[in-house]
Write a protein that binds this ligand. Structure first.
Ligand SMILES: O=C[C@H](O)COP(=O)(O)O
Length: 296
């Protein structure tokens, strides 16, 4: 299935958008500042939390492994920055009872937002009941106070119709947000997947948010996703309650573009997927997002 013509036009136009200072400052407030590296420690999580309140304002949330939720809670006390964590991450292969237990434990530790991976491999293989039982179990464990973001791992879907189906089922199972990717699989966030998920959200008529996550490394890449959200959902829709970026190496580029310098003025201070220093292309990271070209 090709994207409908109006979505394709919105995507083509968004792909050409360049970041400006105002938009980059706004994007800071929509950021889930993320660290989900295997070698994260309490010290790296504390350092991450110190970066959550910036000269351009605070980020929306800090997203860390469940084992660091308590550390983040302490470090972020009084900041107003939310604490997000991941469950069933990144493989999406745990059963409903395990996911419910993971979710409850994280909430007990202080998590306010749960990013749960849809059992996407099972869904792609044709299963329908089991994947959604996992999402429903997470929803139940979250209750009404904790935000649940469902990670679809859009890059693994062989066709957009199946992705749209997973998105609709996730909304029916209680998703507060649809999130593109774990960031552990390529392709991660693409404008194609974003257009489709934003369209499904729009069609649903429900107050469901969208999170673009994985591979977004510079302010221009972020601006394209924001422009697309505005084109599909309307001006003013993208707020912290409805739109997030999940990114581990975007903040410095946003701050530099917003006129707040940041370490290295956005000249390659980012980290690549292995946490190595980016080599510097003036756009804030070793890997530059290619939002408009990859698959779903
Ligand atoms: O949820 C967010 C992703 O894990 C971040 O991915 P990234 O490291 O490619 O920015």
């Amino acid at each position: 299935m090709k994207l409908p013509a109006d979505l394709q036009r919105a995507l083509d136009s968004a792909a050409t958008v360049k970041a400006d200072a105002k938009g980059a400052g706004r994007a800071v407030g929509l950021l889930d500042l993320t660290s989900l590296n295997d070698d994260d420690t309490e010290q790296t999580v504390e350092a991450l939390c110190k970066r959550a309140v910036t000269p351009a304002g605070k980020v929306a949330a800090v997203c860390v492994w469940p084992r660091f939720v308590k550390t983040a809670r302490k470090a972020l006390k009084g900041s107003g920055v939310k604490i997000a964590t991941v469950v069933n991450f990144p493989s999406g292969e745990a059963d409903a009872a395990t996911v419910a237990a993971e979710t409850k434990a994280a909430i007990k530790d202080g998590a306010q937002e749960i990013d749960v991976v849809l059992p996407y491999r099972a869904f792609i293989d044709g299963a329908r009941t089991q994947p959604m039982n996992v999402i429903r179990a997470c929803r139940e464990a979250c209750g009404s106070d904790v935000t649940m973001k469902v990670i679809l791992e859009s890059g693994c879907f062989p066709d957009p119709e199946l992705l749209a189906w997973a998105a609709r089922d996730s909304i029916a199972a209680g998703a507060d947000f649809l999130k593109t990717s774990t960031g552990k699989v390529q392709p991660a966030a693409t404008l194609e997947a974003a257009a489709l998920l934003l369209h499904v959200i729009h069609e649903s008529g429900k107050p469901v948010g969208f999170k673009a996550a994985g591979g977004i490394r510079d302010a221009d890449g972020a601006a394209a996703f924001l422009a697309l959200a505005t084109a599909i959902q309307g001006k003013g829709w993208a707020k912290p309650d409805t739109f997030r970026f999940g990114a581990s190496a975007l903040l410095d580029s946003l701050l530099a573009t917003a006129g707040h310098g940041g370490k290295g003025e956005g000249k390659g201070e980012g980290k690549d997927k292995d946490g190595k220093d980016g080599k510097g292309d003036g756009k804030g990271g070793g890997v530059v997002a290619q939002p408009a070209t990859a698959g779903y």
